[in-house]
Design a protein around this ligand. Structure first.
Ligand code: FAD
Length: 417
């Protein structure tokens, strides 16, 4: 089923135009080809068959570029759309309707996050060496922050050390869940700059350092198996006496934590809009099935359990969507209070997404968990989102802290602002 995306009366013509043109490619070129575009390499698949899939992807990318819809996250001078915040958020919900569509529009995590960080913090030399090849697609990258022995939900606990030795950093640390680690040509590694003789592994300012994957001492231990799969591209990586030039620091020493927050902060709006696009898809699949499937002498749509699932999902999607747009508008206006709402949507949206997909799976029965539909992937993705990018509890703590702080100042919370 195609996404029913019409101009939104409250949006300006420019954003509506972007949404409509995005929907056209999603509906006409991506959804009808989903089965082929993302098919795993099959046993006995011929070279010709594989080439056809790659050609199809390239054709769609070319169409996207011609339509001026390539790389919504990048400024124009780097070949992107140069979109403002709200336009980007509104485009994302349309893009995310088709699984994998973002990659055909030039947005592939973690490369896209690394590109944005390089645009903001990179020196001219770093941009030429790492950013441009990443944009052109001749290089891949990873972001290496989380450590197995320290809680990722408290980034201040990280202990990967970078010791200055002459004009080099010597890096020692153990990371895991470094996504895209198998293909990455370089990693952006979150480290602490430490004195050679430091005895406190949690002391020292944070810095992000660009580390080429081919550097001696970068050891990919494994692609961690997730959700029952034997291997994934979320890698465990050991950095053992890795030497890189001091000029590979991305931004100033001490800016590392802020740079990571930049990456995650506003990005959470885009992730939530992605989730909303996917909920929209799950909802369409659910309602379509309910209208057609006959059980116990009538269509599912006539059963009140099904109607309840549809109504609850409608409420979940609308609440998640309006809440996210509300937070996006606050950020767009530069309002400090957005921080509380960003955390609130980071908790609310993945939970709502999980509920909607869960109901869609239930209504589809066995087909719901089959590989014939995208629901299984959505279900795993939604559940994972409650951990990645700051687990629920961390965001709830932040919400409560902000609210309690306001009351401690003698003011109540102003829900209108
Ligand atoms: C699919 C996937 C991809 C990822 N990709 C990357 C990547 O590319 N690069 C990267 O660096 N990292 C990546 N991560 C790691 C991710 O950022 C971390 O998993 C996340 O920050 C949580 O850290 P943790 O797993 O160490 O959990 P912990 O910090 O150990 O927390 C475990 C649990 O404790 C609970 N908890 C935490 N704090 C509190 C509290 N104060 N009160 C009560 N309960 C609490 C939460 O329920 C939390 O889920 C990825 C993770 C996944 C699952």
């Amino acid at each position: 089923m195609a996404m029913n995306c019409k101009p939104v009366p409250t949006l300006d013509a420019r954003i509506n135009d972007i949404r409509m043109r995005t929907a056209e490619i999603v509906n006409n070129d991506i959804i009808p080809n989903e089965g082929r575009l993302w098919a795993e390499r099959r046993e006995g698949e011929s070279f010709h068959e594989r080439t056809e899939i790659l050609e199809l992807r390239a054709e769609i990318k070319e169409k996207v570029k011609k339509a001026g819809l390539w790389a919504p996250h990048l400024p124009k001078e780097y070949g992107g759309m140069g979109l403002d915040f709200l336009a980007h958020a509104y485009m994302n919900e349309v893009l995310a309707y088709a699984i994998g569509a973002a990659s055909l529009f030039g947005v592939v995590a973690p490369n896209s996050g690394n590109q944005s960080i390089l645009v903001k913090y990179g020196t001219e030399e770093q941009k030429q060496q790492w950013l441009m090849p990443l944009i052109e697609g001749t290089m891949e990258s990873g972001f290496s922050m989380t450590e197995p022995h320290n809680p990722g939900s408290d980034p201040r606990s990280l202990t990967t050390a970078a010791v200055v030795d002459g004009d080099e950093f010597v890096i020692n640390g153990h990371k895991w869940f470094t996504s895209n680690g198998i293909d990455a040509d370089f990693f952006i590694v979150m480290c602490r700059v430490q004195d050679k003789d430091s005895t406190d592994p949690r002391s020292g300012p944070m810095v992000q350092i660009i580390v080429p994957a081919a550097t001696k001492g970068v050891n990919i231990v494994r692609g961690i198996g997730v959700w029952g799969r034997r291997e994934s591209d979320h890698c465990e990586v050991k950095y053992e006496n890795v030497r890189v030039p001091v000029k590979n620091a991305l931004g100033r020493v001490g800016e590392g934590h802020q740079a990571a927050q930049d990456r995650l902060g506003a990005g959470r709006i885009f992730h939530c809009m992605n989730s909303i696009g996917q909920m929209w898809r799950a909802f369409d699949l659910m309602v379509d099935r309910a209208a057609k499937r006959e059980v116990h002498g009538g269509v599912l749509a006539d059963k009140q359990f099904t109607q309840g699932a549809i109504a609850d999902s409608y409420i979940d999607i609308q609440t998640a969507r309006l809440f996210t747009i509300h937070a996006a508008e606050k950020i767009d206006q530069g309002l400090q209070a957005a921080r509380t709402d960003i955390s609130a949507i980071k908790v609310y949206v993945p939970a709502a997404y999980t509920r909607v997909v869960d109901r869609a799976i239930q209504i589809w029965g066995a087909a719901g968990v089959s590989n014939d539909l995208p629901l299984w992937g959505m279900y795993q993705g939604a559940r994972t989102l409650r951990i990645a990018d700051g687990p629920d509890e961390v965001h709830k703590i932040l919400i409560a802290k902000n609210v309690l702080g306001q009351y401690a100042k003698g003011e109540g919370w102003d829900f209108g602002n």
